[in-house]
Write a protein that binds this ligand. Structure first.
Ligand SMILES: NC(=O)c1ccc[n+]([C@@H]2O[C@H](COP(=O)([O-])OP(=O)(O)OC[C@H]3O[C@@H](n4cnc5c(N)ncnc54)[C@H](OP(=O)(O)O)[C@@H]3O)[C@@H](O)[C@H]2O)c1
Length: 402
């Protein structure tokens, strides 16, 4: 039996400390979320911590934060984890464990990477929780079923992705979607901005992982280097805010200070600016609708000089167009795109394919999309499975041809 959580008073006026369920606590977003919690201990308590297999880090986090529950997706690691956690902390395992944990606390931060985050998103929304969403893949691949779960009374998504968190803040300046002319998503351009296709032929994993402005986990860092991350974010923006694809524009902004903008019907553009620091959007999503008192990423205007903007090079960074194509197709096409990309990125990180072949694997996977109907979660899981199989075959073919 899991104990009640969330009962003491907080730094938020008139409100108890916010109990946070943090799935993916050992990753880049997860560890930064714990920094936010440490920075305002009176405002937050940690109800749940969870990861895939990082037992030592998870155990150390549990001994510091004393959550009611820890979850480990890898069943074989559960026995070891049970010895690492303090007395009174319950250990849950596997996908069912993630689902059980995602209905606890006041706010659920989904910081799991990839399609594996889908059960967390669905369980949190299905139980009427506020979901602080870093795991964009679950919304993108599972949109038809996630949107249904989002209708549950009390359910709400507050985006953690810095661009969508910026849009969420900018949209508060208007009265609704009918006043929105355009969403403008900014992109840093990644480590390969300005390079010609021929200059990118032999790029290494290390070069792709050397992001100029953000320090993130390996999957999203590679996605940033191909602009697939921005493509996924276009779909994410469409799903979050209900704005049509013709009214979502991508602009490259190398300083990563303007995190995105909303252009309203009267021509006014509202932007959110801060230094690139994920603790700001994480704190925004955890504390929403109140803001934290602790600042992260505030701009020092004495140091600040200029902002640059340019259009993305869609010929070199084909993943952006592939994602937009999948988004416009709708249904399960984004699930195929996402699965193809996850397989391709893992293959690139393991040295099986080149950087340029990531877009090819995604394009060939998307080309095999069969327009199957989606009515329940099982359809999304099946689409993901079939798309992965197809993408893996494409990767093997490229390995043999190399
Ligand atoms: N990092 C950023 O700045 C950033 C910015 C915007 C959006 N995002 C999004 O946030 C999400 C997390 O990104 P990240 O960069 O933090 O990734 P990361 O550093 O690779 O961390 C991933 C986390 O997910 C856990 N995990 C992986 N597979 C799991 C599974 N099957 N079940 C449960 N937990 C699992 C990992 O646990 P183990 O440690 O045990 O493997 C780890 O805690 C992604 O969707 C990404 O697109 C990240």
């Amino acid at each position: 039996m899991i104990r009640e959580v969330g009962s003491r008073s907080s730094g938020f006026p008139g409100r108890d400390a916010i109990a946070v369920s943090l799935l993916g606590s050992t990753g880049s977003i997860g560890t930064q979320a714990l920094k936010v919690v440490r920075s305002e201990p009176e405002s937050f308590e940690v109800a749940v911590l969870g990861a895939a297999s990082s037992v030592d880090v998870l155990g150390a986090q549990a001994r510091e934060f004393h959550p009611k529950v820890v979850v480990i997706a890898d069943r074989s690691a559960a026995a070891k984890l049970a010895h690492e956690v303090p007395p009174g902390t319950e250990v849950l395992v596997g996908t069912e464990g993630l689902e059980q944990a995602a209905v606890l606390g006041d706010v659920v931060l989904n910081a799991v990477v990839g399609f594996a985050g889908l059960p967390v998103t669905l369980a949190a929304l299905g139980s009427g929780k506020r979901l602080a969403l870093a795991n964009k893949e679950s919304l993108i691949a599972g949109a038809p079923v996630v949107q249904r779960a989002r209708q549950t009374p009390g359910a709400e998504i507050v985006p953690v992705d810095s661009e969508h968190c910026a849009l969420h803040q900018c949209l508060r300046a208007g009265l609704g979607p009918e006043e929105v002319e355009r969403l403008v998503l900014t992109a840093s351009g990644g480590p390969f901005r300005g390079r010609a296709r021929t200059e990118l032929e032999g790029v290494t994993v290390e070069e792709a992982l050397a992001h100029p402005t953000w320090s993130m986990g390996p999957k999203i860092t590679v996605d940033s280097s191909t602009l697939m991350n921005k493509g996924l974010e276009v779909i994410e923006a469409h799903e979050l805010f209900g704005i049509g694809y013709d009214r979502i524009q991508v602009v490259v902004h190398p300083q990563s200070v303007v995190h995105s903008m909303v252009e309203f019907s009267d021509g006014a553009v509202v932007a959110q600016l801060s230094e690139p620091d994920m603790r700001l959007p994480i704190g925004y999503a955890l504390g929403y609708p109140r803001r934290l008192r602790r600042q992260f990423g505030a701009i020092d205007w004495r140091e600040f000089s200029h902002l640059d903007f340019e259009l993305p090079d869609r010929d070199v960074f084909e993943c952006l167009g592939l994602a937009e194509q999948a988004g416009r197709e709708g249904g399960l096409a984004p699930a195929w795109l996402n699965a193809g990309n996850e397989v391709a990125v893992a293959a690139f990180l393991h040295g099986r394919i080149s950087w340029g072949e990531i877009a090819q694997v995604v394009a060939e996977t998307l080309g095999a999309f069969d327009r199957a109907k989606v009515s329940e979660v099982a359809d999304v899981i099946e689409a993901d499975r079939r798309a992965r199989l197809h993408a893996e075959q494409v990767v093997r073919h490229k390995e043999r041809a190399a």
